[in-house]
Write a protein that binds this ligand. Structure first.
Ligand code: SAH
Length: 339
């Protein structure tokens, strides 16, 4: 087991099971996440026989950054995993701090028609430690603390539910990476049963839903997941989520030229979301060589925005980062891995 994928409560149990005091877990966490030591033998307040035991039971090996591309406000990292798979993460500098977009799987099985990450099928889920390390390695690389995390890189996080939840708990732990729950956003294409599970967890994280269409026929074409979990049920589930968690939900809507950006689409979207505690994030599409989809013009995006606004929907247009360094959505990995 890699130690960076272990929650503090599980480490406490590990110590309790061998008749040790549970605060040892806290001490280990401080060594790992505060002092960044790379060996159990550097944990000087842990006695030798326990150091030996930890060393036998856990690994401290880190994945590696193998490539970095940067632009003014964005840095893109490619990581090589122990089994020679690759994943990527993106660091963005906002006015309010630094955020990292991390990957949750190697590849993705959701098969969205416009998405580069899904062109390469899922090889495997990431372990919690591999998600934690994406953040740790970036913090070490820039020698600064990350203030927010979005799980919007390669993969469908709710298709890797248990590991993603462990990851969230580790980075949210005040003795772990101490990233506030309200600064963590999980983005999903809409796996309804898992959204229902998530609402029972009483986490204060932000949920973002990739909607991308205001009617089920179009959503079927863009997002195969819609064939299993239909738009009307998804909207009901989002309402249920909001009622249960009292948290506002983000609706992501990627702007695809002449596909989902007509006035009629904006009106339908506004009607669909009317009265719900949501805000819509319009995402200018990042074009890739592999798909025919084009980005909607600025004018069309503005028009769409105005319609939603007039109809009383909270809406923003996503600031763009890194489209000229392949920072968008699985493009770096997809260059490394030939498909
Ligand atoms: N599987 C999750 C998270 C990863 S995708 C989800 O579907 O939400 C993160 C977001 O980027 C999703 O809204 C996705 O639809 C969008 N996206 C994918 N490819 C894109 C592209 N080329 N340009 C802009 N957004 C894209």
């Amino acid at each position: 087991m890699n130690i960076y994928g272990i929650k503090r409560e599980d480490l406490e149990q590990y110590f309790i099971d061998m008749n040790e005091k549970k605060f040892k877990a806290l001490q280990v966490f401080e060594w790992l996440y505060l002092h960044n030591v790379d060996s159990f033998y550097k944990m000087t307040n842990i006695k030798k026989e326990l150091q030996d035991k930890l060393n036998r039971d856990f690994s401290l090996d880190m994945i590696a950054i193998v490539k970095k591309q940067e632009d003014k406000l964005v840095k893109k990292y490619l990581f090589k995993l122990f089994d020679n798979n690759y994943v990527e993460a993106v660091l963005m500098q906002h006015d309010y701090g630094l955020s990292v977009c991390i990957s949750s799987q190697v590849g993705c099985n959701m098969g969205c028609a416009f998405c580069e990450s899904g062109r390469l099928k899922k090889v495997r889920d990431l372990g919690a430690y591999e998600m934690v390390m994406q953040i740790m390695l970036i913090e070490r690389n820039i020698k600064k603390r990350i203030s927010s995390v979005v799980i919007m890189g390669i993969g469908e996080p709710l298709d890797n539910y248990d590991n993603v939840l462990d990851f969230i708990k580790i980075i949210n732990d005040p003795k772990g990476l101490a990233i506030g729950a309200r600064h963590i956003t999980l983005s999903t294409c809409g796996l309804i049963p898992k959204i229902k599970d998530l609402m029972e967890e009483s986490l204060q994280i932000n949920l973002a839903i990739s909607l991308h269409a205001a009617n089920s026929e179009l959503r079927d074409k863009l997002m195969p997941v819609n064939k299993a979990y239909k738009l009307p049920s998804l909207i009901d589930t989002i309402s249920e989520y909001i009622a249960k968690t009292h948290r506002r939900v983000t609706i992501e809507y990627v702007m695809l030229d002449s596909v989902n950006d007509k006035e009629e689409d904006a009106n339908n979207l506004a009607d669909l979301l009317k009265g719900m505690n949501v805000y819509v994030n319009l995402i200018p599409y990042n074009e890739t060589n592999h798909f025919e989809f084009k980005r909607s013009s600025k004018e069309k995006i503005m028009k769409f925005y105005d319609i939603l606004k007039k109809k009383g929907i909270n809406v923003t247009i996503r600031k763009e980062f890194g489209s000229n360094i392949d920072a968008a959505c699985g493009q770096l990995r997809s260059k490394e891995v030939k498909a």
